[in-house]
Design a protein around this ligand. Structure first.
Ligand code: PEP
Ligand code: MG
Length: 753
């Protein structure tokens, strides 16, 4: 056996391996020699190589099992102990293999007498090519050094398979070292749009190159240089602009730095180099271990630490190869970014240089999605298996309409997507032509179309889409995409920029709507059983007024000598509104006392999102200046159905009698109370819904930029009185949804839906 002197043992193994590779023998012969060398060096009775091809684990070479089994013994994916090793992508060490529940008996191999079994996966870049196995008759567990030695061999083997060293072996070309087939991955759309481009990895793999070291002393020097480079870079980042990193980012960097200085990590790397691996291969091996442990553990804390360690391994690999990562790398013109997760600030760093984004995960993408939408970049997430299936340079289609990514698509598929892209841009052109035409219905009713925005980036949509103002400016977006709590000055600056860009067009700023699903990474939030019904929005603002007062101060000072419209989210009772309005008065007073220029006009409104407030409209008379209905939340609470859970949110329809009756009632009450009323939920941006809202009497609709063109086109074609009649007829029927009937009516009337 390799024994305790593992470094010497591994070195011998690697030297012999190298000799085999340099013989220039036929691929099959090389594999045969390799198994016999491993068996004799490790004093194993059996050494076998299984490679995966055609969806089966096939025995490619063996020392110790029956030679006739080679290329004849095939196990289904996941079958037997070999299948288990491949599936788990981690070593399996057994003293009594025959009695393991997954043992699959293959009589042609003659493996009955062997009790102990050690299998390690042949993996590279998260792809498993096969399994390397040693077996012995005596029943015993293999030592840690032996497991490591076999893993080192498996790693070298993986590199050889990937580099095509066995490429001419009959049929081995089928082993998919580098994916080349077209694939369709389905996930979730985070930002609409379609694009075709070239895959760029946010964290590119460093090419491994040599695996076995020519000169171990030199390799150790390379390792030292790379280690100090990584540590220095982390230190510099920590010492850098404190405004950019703090809170969680600082914590992450500090953890990285601590791990980077951990002697056991360094010792492991050094051990690999001293055992004869190149510095890159030594890091790769350690990375493989971290990955295997990550996959095996369920402990969330441990998972995060292992993820950090793997990130560090990747940094080191890139330092060795001199490869840049993140937004610093050079990008092709049609770059589509591939990442596991992406923070909003990282996406902003890439900016408009990207054509699209595809993410493996996406639990935390909500904030990056906000940025992607503002930049009008299609983004798709929750694409399981993406990172293991895509290579840098692959052609890729991002379909933000359906939440799909197509890897290496066939020419016909690309063609059909190109047509869809053309069609979309034709529609965009058509909407652009409508930009300066006022939205007036066929029977002369004028409607005001406003924009929903949240970032400075959104404001240019005002001109592009031809909106008459901003009906909802979601101020929390600035807080969500920033890495730290935005200071008073940066809040003021944003609001001033928005007002400048809007010119004479009105802007309605909504105060911070945090909590629920809108959590800030740098503010520790208490876990709540029902966050949507919890401590959020104005409830936080009233209980902890400092943040809200700060924001009001920023708004007031940004609007000096101008008109200022403010509204509060998720107000449930009239007294909550009064309390919030009192804060505005207090800040105006502060402004006056301090000799600051006041806004020329201040209007304070409220969002109608809680059903209780929807039934309190008459009481708002004389207190509020306007109301705006947030149908996203109002419908969530009205139907008791989570707006973020498609299973229930799509179960109920706003185009149904009860929901439309509620909206009509709010509209009528607002009229009586003399309150200006608008609708600013997503529904207002959908033509069919907008048609119904207009028929209910609403004349102010605020929506995402993408909705303005289609809604305007509909308005120009519709006749309000005809829709009113159809709507009252349909609402008298007892149906869970009148959507289909309403659409049929619109189509029959020739409206542009
Ligand atoms: C709403 O609830 O309808 C709304 C416009 O606010 P948000 O989507 O930001 O919660
Ligand atoms: Mg809301």
């Amino acid at each position: 056996m390799v024994g305790p002197a593992s470094i010497g043992g591994s070195r011998i193994l690697l030297r012999k391996l190298r000799e085999i590779m340099e013989t220039g023998a036929e691929p099959q012969q090389r594999l045969d020699r390799l198994v016999s060398m491993v068996a004799s060096t490790m004093v194993a009775d059996v050494c076998s190589i299984y490679l995966t091809r055609g969806g089966l684990h096939e025995l490619f070479a063996t020392q110790g099992l029956s030679p006739s089994a080679v290329h004849n013994t095939r196990l289904k994916l996941g079958e037997g102990l070999v299948g288990l090793v491949a599936e788990a992508a981690q070593p399996l060490n057994l003293a009594d293999a025959q009695h393991h529940e997954r043992f699959a008996f293959k009589p042609e191999t003659g493996e009955e007498p062997f009790n102990s079994f050690l299998g390690v996966p042949i993996v590279r870049s998260e792809r498993t090519f096969g399994v390397l196995v040693v077996q012995n008759q005596v029943s015993r567990l293999y030592g840690e050094d032996e497991v490591e030695a076999l893993q080192t061999i498996a790693m070298v083997l993986a590199e050889m398979v990937a580099s095509g060293a066995f490429g001419d072996l009959t049929g081995l070309a089928e082993v998919e070292a580098v994916p080349s087939r077209p694939e369709l991955l389905s996930g979730r759309s985070f930002s609409d749009g379609i694009c075709i481009g070239t895959a760029v990895l946010h964290e590119p793999h460093a090419p491994l190159g040599r695996v076995i070291a020519d000169d171990p002393v030199k390799e150790e020097e390379r390792l030292n240089t790379a280690l100090s480079h990584v540590r220095r870079a982390l230190e510099e980042m920590l010492e850098g602009d404190p405004g950019r990193i703090s809170g969680v980012s600082r914590e992450v960097l500090e953890t990285f730095l601590m791990l980077a200085n951990d002697p056991s990590w360094e010792a492991k790397l050094r051990q690999g180099v001293r055992a004869g691996l190149s510095a890159d291969a030594a890091v790769e091996r350690v990375r493989g271990e971290h990955r295997a442990k990550f996959n095996a553990t369920r402990d969330q804390y441990l998972k995060e630490r292992l993820h950090d360690l793997e990130d560090l391994d990747n940094r080191l690999l890139r330092a060795l190869a001199g490869v840049e990562a993140g937004a610093a790398q050079a990008l092709p013109d049609d770059a589509i970014l591939i990442a596991r997760e992406l923070g909003p600030a990282e996406l902003l760093d890439y900016g408009a240089r990207l054509k699209g984004v595809a993410l493996e995960e996406g639990a935390n993408t909500a904030h990056a999605a906000i940025v992607a939408r503002a930049l009008a970049i299609p983004m798709v997430g929750s694409l399981h298996g993406l990172l293991s299936r895509v290579e840098a340079g692959d052609r890729i289609v991002i379909d933000g309409e359906h939440g799909e990514a197509r890897l290496r698509p066939e020419a016909a598929v690309v063609h059909s997507y190109k047509q869809r892209i053309d069609l979309r841009s034709a529609r965009v052109e058509e909407f652009a032509r409508l930009r300066n035409i006022p939205p007036v219905t066929q029977d002369g009713e004028r409607v005001t179309l406003l924009l929903n925005a949240g970032l400075a980036l959104d404001v240019h949509h005002l001109d592009e889409a031809g909106a008459e103002g901003i009906g909802l400016f979601r101020t929390e977006f600035q807080f969500m995409v920033s890495e730290t709590l935005p200071r008073l000055e940066s809040q003021t600056m944003l609001y001033r920029d928005v007002l400048d860009a809007a010119g004479l067009r009105p802007v309605t700023f909504r105060t911070l709507d945090l909590g629920g699903d809108k959590v800030l990474p740098y503010v520790a939030a208490e876990r709540e059983e029902n966050p949507a019904l919890g401590w959020r929005a104005v409830r936080i603002g009233l209980d902890r007024p400092a943040l809200l007062r700060y924001q009001l101060r920023a708004l007031i000072s940004a609007a000096a000598s101008r008109r200022l419209r403010i509204m509060f989210p998720l107000v449930t009772t009239v007294s909550e509104f009064d309390a919030a309005r009192a804060l505005v008065d207090r800040e105006l007073e502060w402004c006056r006392k301090n000799g600051r220029t006041q806004p020329s006009l201040v209007e304070v409104g409220v969002m109608v999102e809680a059903p209780a407030l929807a039934f309190s409209i008459p009481d708002l008379k004389g207190r509020a200046d306007f109301i705006s209905i947030g149908t996203n939340d109002l419908m969530q609470y009205f139907f008791a159905a989570d707006r973020g859970n498609a299973r229930v949110s799509e179960r109920y329809d706003i185009l149904s009698a009860p929901a439309l009756r509620l909206l009509k009632r709010i509209r009528d009450d607002a009229d009586v109370a003399g309150l200006q009323v608008s609708i600013c939920g997503e529904a207002a941006g959908r033509p069919l819904e907008a048609m119904a809202f207009i028929a209910l009497g609403f004349r102010r609709l605020s929506m995402p930029a993408s909705g303005i063109g289609p809604v305007k086109r509909l308005i120009l074609s519709m006749e309000v009185h005809a829709v009113e009649r159809a709507l009252s007829r349909l609402m008298s029927r007892n149906r869970p949804s009148i959507r289909d009937e309403l659409r049929e009516f619109a189509v029959a009337e020739g409206y542009a839906l």
